[in-house]
Write a protein that binds this ligand. Structure first.
Ligand code: PEP
Ligand code: MG
Length: 574
């Protein structure tokens, strides 16, 4: 149910993940399948029902054949043959439906049928088509080919869905599930599309074509907004435009505290083309280039040459600014359709990031060689995601040395002094940071994961979003341990998780000794504004308070109190 309903206007509240206000028609996608009520049929109705099922099956076959033809023409026969599996499922309709029923039975009795688990996606796809046809539902609009600008409403959007969105047609998006640090939310910020997640069952309650207003700052989705609401939002947008201007005025100024401490503010990017945004927001460089987005939504894995071109493009566009390229962080919530990635019970604890790279040597080799080669052409650095202990770091470093030797043999240039760092995103890495520091040139704390792994709170799950507390005393202490270990070895420490883009938390991080912050380009101006009104001594006082405090809420309150006092205008535009 919407939270409030007034004059035909309905208001839903969720978790705001990407700021901005947009207004337009909604397009509801990927709704969860409707509940199918059980009906008792009179004998006389049976023939009609069988007829309905047969028609649906015929229509489904036709649709699959159409898709197969299009895919074969567009991408090749091999890709098209993927749909043979769908046709086979459909071939013996009775068997397919029986199998579905069997699966339910197996689930109910707690026995997991491995074969069926693997076929589950194919089965789901086909059964959804049949059901849609049975129920007369239109086929889902293709995200890539939206006809008009719209606000996407969906149960969920995966990172690969999000990467496909036609940026010019998508005004905003709203999903039932998700959280601030899910990669879908991160992608929305990077695309600068206003977005709200965690709206519970919103996709089931709305229909395509309804007018909506989406406020990605406060997390409010208004359906059929009244004139009064539109007027109020118009006023708010004017105030925000003034505040934005205030931030733009600082674009060329450095992030320096009132008592003269310079902080490096870097940008997080997902593709080389984002480099323009880095400059437009006055960043000091790129602190995190999430390379896995180069791999999503491609028919084939990008090889060394393709990656080299991408990394070189980022490096040369931003030269002499530094660009930190993170090696592949697949797994978790980022999967490749064309790579056999196992279905795991706990994907964030499973085959992810550096663990995949160290096992899939061909993929890692292509990426490391591409980064090394691109390092000849700009100020590149590199770091590994999800390091959980010293062995992984040493293994990865040994591979870098091996590929450097190859390149020397091949007489291909690279930066012999390429700085290689480790991400600190597991509690184990933070605790052994003193050992890691001997084998890394810098640290970058990935607080999105550090929080989820330390507090055992799935970063994707909106049901437990209230437990996902960046100011938890455990997180404060882990950051402190990491910074001390780094500084003892004369390494710089950056924070590149979402915490770094929140001006309220900047004093805490700086007070704990963090040297650099890296966040979505659009978030940097507010952080800079705040830093320029802060004294380093105030930041150190907040950090000292936090290190002695036992409550996440109290630490957060202290951070809010300070930031609101020194930069009130930053928080006035809501
Ligand atoms: C992090 O975990 O904080 C991080 C920056 O990496 P990602 O969000 O891509 O997992
Ligand atoms: Mg991470």
């Amino acid at each position: 149910m919407p939270e409030t309903q007034h004059n035909g206007e309905k208001t839903f509240r969720g978790i705001p993940v990407s700021t901005g206000i947009c207004r337009g028609k909604i397009l509801v996608l990927g709704r969860a399948l409707p509940t199918i009520a059980q009906r008792h049929l009179a004998d006389g109705d049976l023939a009609e029902e069988v007829n309905r099922l047969e028609k649906a099956l015929v229509k489904t076959r036709q649709q699959i054949l159409d898709v197969q033809r299009k895919v074969s023409e567009g991408m090749g026969a091999e890709e098209g043959s993927i749909f043979d599996a769908h046709l086979l499922v459909l071939e013996d309709a009775e068997h397919a439906w029986h199998t579905v029923a069997e699966r339910y039975a197996a689930t109910l009795s707690g026995i997991e049928d491995e074969y069926l688990r693997e076929r589950a996606t194919d089965l789901r796809d086909v059964t959804t088509r049949v059901l849609n046809n049975l129920l007369g539902l239109e086929e889902e609009a293709e995200l890539r080919h939206l006809k008009e600008p719209c606000i996407i409403v969906s149960h969920d959007l995966t990172p690969s869905n999000t990467a496909q969105l036609d940026k010019h047609k998508v005004l905003g998006f709203a999903t039932d599930v998700g959280s601030k640090t899910s990669h879908t939310a991160i992608m929305a910020r990077s695309l600068r599309i206003p977005a709200i997640v965690g709206l519970k069952d919103v996709s089931g309650q709305l229909v395509s074509g309804q007018q909506a207003l989406l406020d990605g700052h406060s997390g409010v989705l208004v359906i059929n907004p009244t004139d009064q609401t539109l007027f109020e939002y118009g006023q708010l947008m004017l105030r925000q435009a003034t505040a934005q201007q205030q931030l733009r005025d600082l674009l060329r100024e450095p992030a320096v505290t009132l008592d003269g401490h310079r902080v490096l503010l870097n940008a997080n990017i997902e593709q080389a083309a984002d480099a323009e945004q880095v400059k437009a927001n006055g960043a000091d460089g790129v602190g995190l280039f999430r390379t896995e987005y180069l791999f999503l939504n491609r028919e084939h894995l990008p090889g060394e040459e393709q990656q080299y071109q991408d990394y070189r493009a980022a490096a040369t566009t931003l030269k002499p600014l530094p660009v930190v390229i993170r090696t592949l962080d697949l797994g978790g919530d980022k999967f490749l359709a064309h790579m056999q990635m196992p279905t795991e019970l706990n994907p964030f604890l499973g085959w992810r990031a550096i663990r995949i790279s160290l096992q899939e040597r061909d993929i890692f080799r292509a990426q490391l060689r591409a980064i090394l080669r691109a390092s000849a052409e700009g100020n590149l650095r590199m770091m590994y995601p999800m390091i959980s202990g010293l062995d992984e770091l040493k293994q990865a470093n040994a591979l870098v040395e091996e590929y450097k030797a190859e390149l020397r043999q091949e007489k291909l240039p690279f930066d012999e002094d390429l700085q290689v760092g480790a991400m600190i995103e597991t509690p184990s890495a933070a605790i052994v940071a003193d050992s890691l520091a001997k084998h890394a040139r810098f640290f970058s704390i990935g607080t999105n994961d550090l929080i989820q792994y330390s507090l055992a709170v799935d970063r994707m799950n909106e049901k437990i979003a209230h437990l996902y507390e960046p100011t938890h005393p455990a997180i404060v202490r882990l950051i402190k341990i990491t910074v001390e270990a780094a500084h003892n070895h004369k390494l710089q420490v950056s924070v590149c998780g979402e915490m770094a883009g929140d001006p309220v938390l900047a004093p805490l991080l700086l007070g704990l000794g963090v040297d650099e912050l890296s966040a979505a380009p659009s978030l940097l101006p507010s952080v800079k504004f705040l830093i320029r009104r802060l004294k380093r001594t105030e930041a150190q006082e907040v950090a000292a308070f936090a290190l002695n405090c036992e409550s996440a809420a109290e630490i957060l309150a202290r951070c809010q109190e300070l930031t609101r006092a020194i930069a009130p205008t930053l928080f006035e535009t809501t």
